[in-house]
Design a protein around this ligand. Structure first.
Ligand code: SIN
Length: 295
């Protein structure tokens, strides 16, 4: 059977894209991501992702393999440096979870506790990430998304002009030991893991490679300094930008429903895990799509 005849045999899916009453985000209703998407269905999803930056696919009762296959339609996948938390048989899936099995964590329990854009510490940060709900707490566990295009557009022209030529260093290790001190189950990194995450220098303002829109690109989690500025000046400017970038008017707060799959654009957004009470269980699977070098 040819690729064309496989596609023409795929059932047409009548799905709807419903924008949220929020600065970003839309819900995709009626699409089963485990079914093959025709080129026109894929093009609709791709465009909706560019328009809304975060898409929530409801009720995806799909396998890890289907999650991986759907993610791969958008680009090659990252393998996270914390290989301890890969899903068995699916190295492309990072387990995000506060659950412990016989005292051992099954996943990264404190993923996303500071605002960040995934993998900004690598020369080619992520295009986007897909988080699929497996087990949800009865309270808490929300994920927040902040639109960095809106953040850039809301800066004063003088501050825009000042930061446009600047570059900043991003480091995976910036907060690692601080997090490990609070959460002793976070694994100690081997030298090989440390070597995989040497710091990267990124523009403070990036241009989205598909839409051409500018976005702020610094984060509380990974950005350590503005290159070429004295430390005190760099600290003061970063503090101002961090505070500005997560103002309420840029934020969508996602309250998870069973089997949600959430797909966000790391070139447009930062995100934050709001936290789960310790006595409640939360488990999600994450894939991360590789992206381009920011400019
Ligand atoms: C992440 O930062 O990838 C995890 C976000 C979450 O657990 O809500």
């Amino acid at each position: 059977m040819t690729a064309t005849s496989i596609l023409s045999a795929a059932p047409v899916q009548n799905f709807e894209i419903r924008p949220f009453d929020a600065p970003v985000g839309a819900e995709v209703v009626g699409l089963d991501i485990s079914q093959p998407l025709s080129d026109s269905e894929f093009a609709r999803i791709h465009q909706a992702h560019l328009d809304h930056h975060v898409l929530v696919f409801r009720d995806q009762q799909v396998s890890p393999a289907a999650h991986v296959d759907f993610s791969r339609r958008f680009g090659p996948l990252e393998i996270h440096v914390l290989h301890q938390f890969q899903l068995k048989g699916h190295p492309e899936i990072l387990i995000v979870s506060n659950i412990k099995d016989n005292g051992e964590p099954i996943g990264l329990g404190d993923a996303g506790v500071y605002w960040h854009s995934d993998i900004s510490y690598k020369p080619h940060p992520s295009l986007g990430s897909l988080l699929h709900a497996q087990e949800l707490p009865s309270e808490g566990g929300d994920t927040l998304f902040a639109d960095q295009h809106l953040a850039w557009e809301a800066l004063s022209p003088a501050l825009q002009q000042r930061i446009l030529p600047l570059k900043a260093e991003h480091s995976y290790l910036a907060k690692y030991e601080e997090l490990r001190a609070k959460n002793p189950w976070r694994p100690k990194l081997s030298q090989a893991q440390i070597d995989q995450v040497s710091p990267a220098v990124q523009p403070v303002v990036r241009t989205h490679p598909e839409t051409g829109r500018k976005a702020l690109f610094v984060s509380e989690h990974f950005t350590t300094r503005i290159v070429g500025l004295p430390q005190a000046e760099s600290d003061a400017l970063l503090a101002e930008l961090f505070a500005h970038s997560v103002k309420p008017e840029f934020i969508y707060r996602h309250q998870w429903q069973p089997h949600d799959l959430v797909f966000w654009d790391n070139r447009s957004l930062m995100h934050l895990a709001a936290g789960t009470p310790d006595h409640l269980r939360r488990k999600l699977y994450r894939t991360t799509i590789q992206g381009d070098a920011p400019y």
